[in-house]
Write a protein that binds this ligand. Structure first.
Ligand code: C2E
Ligand code: CA
Ligand code: CA
Ligand code: CA
Length: 279
C-alpha cells in the first residue's frame, strides 16, 4: 500500500468503509493470532432456576487483538468460518474446555458442566470425533460434563450428517444442546430426527417476554414442548428478575444472562462458582 500513489490511496480510503477496514485488520492477523495465543475462553455461568445454584458455564471466545483490544466473537467468527480458521480455533476451544473440566475436578468444582459452541464446519467435517476421543482418553473426564451447542441452522445444513454426528456424541455420553432455538426457520420435525439433551431458547424471545404476549406464548410453548419430549430447557439472555420469575413460573430448568453473571475470565468464574451457590 505504501508504494501506491497519493491518488490511489485516496481512492482506496474513500471506497473502504470502516467495516471493511476493520475486517481487513482482523483477517490479516487471524491466523497468527492462534499461534501467538491471543484467544481466550470467557465463561458465563448457567444457573439452575429452581435452586439458584451455578450448574456450569458456556465457553465464549474472546480475542485480544494487539491493536483493536478485546474483540468479541461476532466480529471474528464469521471471518474464521470463511477462511477455515474456525477448524483449528474450534479444536483449540475444545481442548481448552476439556482441560478446564479436568482442572475443576481437583479444585472441588467437579460437578460443573461446560458448554462449548460448535461451528457448522466443525459439525460437517471429520476431525471432531477423533479429537474428542483423544481428549476424553487423555484426561478421563466425565463426558457428561461436556456439552456441545449446535445451532439449528448449522445442524440443518446437512441433516443426515448431523443426525449421525449427534448420535455419535450421545453414544460417548457427551451432551448436546440446540442453540438459538426457534430462530432458524426450520420445521420442528428435526427434533424427532436428532438425539439431543437440551434446548436453548434464544435471547431474542426472552427480551420482551414480559411485554410481548407472542414472545411469552412462544417461550411457554417451547418449554412445554421440550419437556414433553423429555428434553431440558435453558433460556439465554436473561437480564431482569421479572424474566427469571416468568421462566421459573413456566418450569424452565435453567437460565443464563447478565442478571446472574456476565461472561468472565476463568479465574473469576472459578471464584463465582465456589462462592455464589445461590442467587
Ligand atoms: P451465543 O452462542 O448465542 O452466545 C450467547 C451470547 O449472548 C454471548 O455473546 C453472550 O455474551 C451474550 N449474552 C449472554 N447473556 C446475555 C444477556 O443477558 N444479554 C445480552 N444482550 N447478551 C447476552 P458473545 O460472547 O459475544 O458470543 C456471540 C456468539 O459468538 C455466540 O452466540 C456464538 O454463536 C459465537 N461464539 C462464541 N464462542 C464461540 C466458539 O468457541 N465457537 C463458535 N463456533 N462460536 C462461538
Ligand atoms: Ca451458544
Ligand atoms: Ca445462543
Ligand atoms: Ca445467538
Amino acid at each position: 500500500a505504501k508504494s501506491c500513489g497519493r491518488g490511489n490511496f485516496q481512492f482506496f480510503s474513500a471506497a473502504m468503509n470502516a467495516a471493511t477496514h476493520e475486517r481487513l485488520l482482523l483477517e490479516n492477523r487471524l491466523w497468527q493470532a492462534l499461534e501467538q495465543d491471543e484467544f481466550e475462553l470467557y465463561l458465563q455461568a448457567q444457573i439452575d432456576l429452581h435452586s439458584g445454584a451455578v450448574i456450569g458455564a458456556e465457553a465464549l471466545l474472546r480475542w485480544h487483538h494487539p491493536e483493536l483490544g478485546m474483540v468479541g466473537p461476532d466480529r471474528f467468527i464469521p471471518i474464521a468460518e470463511e477462511s477455515g480458521l474456525i477448524l483449528p480455533l474450534g479444536d483449540w476451544a475444545l481442548q481448552r474446555a476439556v482441560q478446564l473440566l479436568d482442572r475443576w475436578r481437583s479444585l472441588g468444582l467437579g460437578h460443573l458442566r461446560l458448554a462449548v459452541n460448535l461451528s457448522a464446519r466443525q459439525c460437517h467435517g471429520t476431525g471432531l470425533l477423533p479429537q474428542l476421543d483423544r481428549l476424553l482418553a487423555e484426561t478421563g473426564i466425565d463426558p457428561a460434563l461436556l456439552e456441545l451447542e449446535i445451532t439449528e441452522t448449522a445442524a440443518m445444513q446437512d441433516p443426515e450428517r448431523s443426525r449421525e454426528l449427534l448420535q455419535q456424541l450421545r453414544s460417548r455420553g457427551i451432551k448436546v444442546a440446540i442453540d438459538d432455538f426457534g430462530t432458524g426457520y426450520s420445521s420442528l420435525s428435526y427434533l424427532k430426527l436428532f438425539e439431543i439433551d437440551r434446548i436453548k431458547i434464544d435471547r431474542g424471545f426472552v427480551k420482551d417476554i414480559e411485554t410481548d404476549p407472542d414472545d411469552a406464548a412462544i417461550v411457554s410453548a417451547t418449554i412445554g414442548l421440550a419437556h414433553a419430549l423429555g428434553l431440558e430447557v435453558i433460556a439465554e439472555g436473561v437480564e431482569t428478575q421479572a424474566q427469571a420469575d416468568f421462566l421459573r413460573g413456566k418450569r424452565c430448568d435453567e437460565a443464563q444472562g447478565y442478571l446472574f453473571a456476565r461472561p468472565v475470565t476463568v479465574a473469576e468464574f472459578e471464584v463465582l462458582a465456589s462462592t455464589a451457590e445461590t442467587v
